[in-house]
Design a protein around this ligand. Sequence first.
Ligand SMILES: Cc1cc2nc3c(=O)[nH]c(=O)nc-3n(C[C@H](O)[C@H](O)[C@H](O)COP(=O)(O)O)c2cc1C
Length: 259
Amino acid sequence: MIKVFSFVGSCAEKNSSTLKYSDSLAEVFTKKAAEIGEEVIYKKAVGSQLDIKFCKSCASCFMKGVCPLDSLDDMAQLKKDFLDSDIIFFGTPVYIWEMSGITKCVIDRIAYWSHTFELTGKIGVVYAVTDTSKAIEVSKNLTDLLRHMGLIVVKSAYAFNCAKPNLHLEAEIQPEYEEISSLLLEAVKNPTKFITPLQEASFISSKNSYLRSQKVYETLELPLDEYDVNISLARGIGDYASFKDFKIDVMKRGFRNDI
Ligand SMILES: Cc1cc2nc3c(=O)[nH]c(=O)nc-3n(C[C@H](O)[C@H](O)[C@H](O)COP(=O)(O)O)c2cc1C
């Protein structure tokens, strides 16, 4: 069984083209997975149904691993859904050359995951939907952010309402869904194939910086009380030579301190 969780970063309700992309991709993926005997459970969180508050820059997530806003809105459930999934669809419309406001809000609220590689073990596709402009750039930017959180992204995808591939023209968009579905199924078997140099670099740079912090605090005989550093060290980040090794281990056993 493959659990797909889809975040749809649009508040456009039932006519949302981002939602259409998610549902159509899920349909094709479900069929392709069935061909190899895999059942797919598709769950989605749609912007129009979510209450997500703005990050208040208190840095509690980085320092303590807790966001005081999580008890006031839908973010706790959203995080749980991301972490419970095997595959993530992460989609945004393009609003004035950028990801949508609600998508950015969600990204801000999980910013600390870029320090803890929280999405290690997950596979995903990122996509942007637009009328004519900036889909490629927005999808690429969002992809890099999520890769920085540990997600294995098989494709930075996009679709247009007024250009190619046109979301509403079956002949143009169907091959996209087919390709993404095949890549996702390939990544389930061989996820490390999709690790990028950027992911390796961000892992090594974080690892070195956490080990350095640990040494400095030890030398000063001060307690190191930063959540992002402590959780990463507790998960044994210092013992892995590469993100690839970390990824393989997390996929086999879960995070070390969660066992
Ligand atoms: C506030 C706003 C800003 C937009 N900015 C752009 C833009 O910069 N470039 C573009 O090609 N389309 C732009 N669009 C069009 C949307 O990207 C496009 O219609 C998209 O499919 C909307 O997806 P949704 O229906 O899921 O929200 C904008 C739409 C809105 C509402």
